[in-house]
Write a protein that binds this ligand. Structure first.
Ligand SMILES: Nc1ncnc2c1ncn2[C@@H]1O[C@H](COP(=O)(O)OP(=O)(O)O)[C@@H](O)[C@H]1O
Ligand SMILES: [Mg+2]
Length: 223
């Protein structure tokens, strides 16, 4: 059975699509296998579908995972667990409460949820509501991921976010995904972290996703 990870937050622009496609790329790369049949699927349930746009830029076959747009197909989302050809499925959720039915189906079949958050007070409320309203009622394991931290901004906003997460007793990853302009540029060109050019910045930018995939336990097991 594939493991199904829903990347979800009621707030837009926090990095759901960025995390979904880049963790998917790393996991697919690490697990390897036949390029004709990648071990990872990214399923977008966002009707605005920035991820479709990812898949259509450049050469879609160049992406290291399969891609499917399922925002208007809740019955297919409910059956994602039947797709035994995949080891991991990442579901890229919409930023608002658009498509509540399809999002509910995805959360019903999910193995876990990933909730990106950014170090801005306006993101706190929607993050908490996402966990309280959508995740905890299902007893779904989850981790919040602190994204878009810019080291040049210093630690103040990041520390404020971390203190708030601790106060609310919300669970978050040790790994922080830093802001790199390269991620924004790559999105515009339909590239994922495993396709970044060689170089120090690209390596650092990619490392955040490697660390995240490792911390979340998506890299395979010795059974
Ligand atoms: N760590 C990051 N570094 C740089 N840009 C980022 C990072 N995370 C997200 N972005 C950019 O921020 C914007 C919003 O991210 P996106 O993944 O589309 O959010 P969402 O899917 O939650 O709406 C996009 O332009 C994306 O490229
Ligand atoms: Mg998105």
């Amino acid at each position: 059975m594939p493991k199904i990870h829903v990347v979800v937050s009621q707030k837009g622009g926090v990095g759901k699509t960025t995390l979904a496609v880049n963790i998917a790329a790393i996991v697919s790369d690490v697990l390897g296998g036949n390029p004709e049949q990648p071990p990872v699927l990214v399923a977008s349930i966002d009707p605005q579908a920035s991820a479709v746009w990812w898949a259509e830029r450049g050469d879609p076959d160049a992406l290291p995972f399969d891609f499917d747009q399922l925002d208007d197909r809740p019955e297919e989302v409910a059956k994602l667990g039947d797709l035994h050809e995949y080891q991991h499925i990442f579901v890229d959720a919409p930023g608002s409460l658009a498509r509540p039915t399809v999002l509910a189906r995805a959360l019903d079949v999910a193995t876990d949820a990933i909730v990106p958050v950014i170090p801005e007070p306006l993101a706190y409320g929607p993050t908490e509501r996402t966990v309280l309203d959508l995740i905890q009622p299902r007893d779904l394991p989850y981790r919040i991921v602190r994204n878009l931290w810019d080291r040049r901004d210093g630690h103040l906003d990041l520390d404020a976010l971390t203190d708030w997460l601790d106060e609310q007793k919300l669970r978050y990853t040790n790994t922080i995904v830093r802001r790199y302009k390269m991620h924004t540029t790559a999105a515009a060109e339909g590239r994922v972290v495993t396709q970044y050019p060689n170089g120090r910045t690209a390596t650092e930018a990619r490392n955040d996703f490697l660390a995240l995939a490792l911390e979340l336990g998506y890299g395979g097991t010795v059974a």
